[in-house]
Design a protein around this ligand. Sequence first.
Ligand code: PLP
Length: 387
Amino acid sequence: MISYGKQTIDSDDIKAVVDALENDLITQGPAVERFETEIASYFGSKYCSAVSSGTAALHLIGKALDWGSGDIILTSPITFLASANSILYSEATPDFVDINPLTYNLDINQLEEKVNFYRREGKQIKAVIAVDYAGNPCDWESLRYLADKYDFVLINDNCHSMGSEYLGEKEYAVKYADLVTQSYHPVKHFTTGEGGSVLTNNKALDQRIKLLRSHGMTKEKNIIGDNKGPWYYEMHEVGFNYRITDFQCALGLSQLIKLDNFLNSRREIAKSYNAAFNDKKNLKVPFVPHYSKHSYHLYPLNIDFKSISVDKISFFRKMKNNGILLQVHYIPIHLQPYYKKSFGFRKGDYPNAESFYENEVSIPIYPSLKKTEQKYVIDLFLKEFDE
Ligand SMILES: *Cc1c(COP(=O)(O)O)cnc(C)c1O
């Protein structure tokens, strides 16, 4: 079965993990710091805190920013649940901004309208979590401009876009956003099994996140004062155990070396899909704005099911019978029963996101997808869509 995405693991990765398991410390050891240093260097960030998942990274951000009841945080309805759930963890209020139908990212004009809508009610937006959907960066100059103009914290949920470029820079995420989250789940660009990071250039926020990822425990002299004994630690606020292990970081270090090759492979596959599907009447390939170099975590193909004879369910079934496991990214979050029930969201609230959901299909893209498999996917699709 060919799925929409999966990890690429080689013998170097396996050796790195086995070696790490033979060390004295298999967690809270030296590989974690080494991984953080390499991640910070690759993505141009001053600080990096590696944690147990991308979701943990998002949770810690809300805690470090002291989100709480009554705070309004905006995100896109077309993202993984964790982007929005992280707002709920802090008991803040989530709201959404519809996507731009071309880029599939949160629409800048509608964002400004929503901010002003709240301002008219005397309310201030606390933060915006923007997602570089599928690997296609948002319009970050405009986002930064709005964050400064309206004084909200700007977060880049960068889990799809590690290695994407914005205006020629793969270091763009930390440059424009105040905080950046990454995920190293096996379907992402590189993996630690489970894992994630928070990247920032803000020292105070980084220190707070490092404290919160490990129970809020500290031995820092500037916090606890005089040495009260080598065993001594203090806790000033409730933290979590969101640590990542040394053997996961060893895998991450080994994977990071190959990230550029992984990115090249993904872009090559996207190129052949683009060439095959670009001029087909009922298909829309991903749009790449002038400022963006896409990294294709996903290849979201937009299929106009209304104008063809097959519906989405039958199409999925047919492809599965032919050995291709498609996916949909994503069901708009505002349509999830929990969000509808808790916040009163309804069908029709975000029409661009909803019509995107009707048409979107994520087709196989991962570095080890063979040329013959790509051709197999393309031929099957063309058989369906060539008139
Ligand atoms: C994968 C992902 C996450 C969550 O990461 P985990 O490591 O799976 O917890 C969050 N946001 C987005 C956009 C993601 O794709």
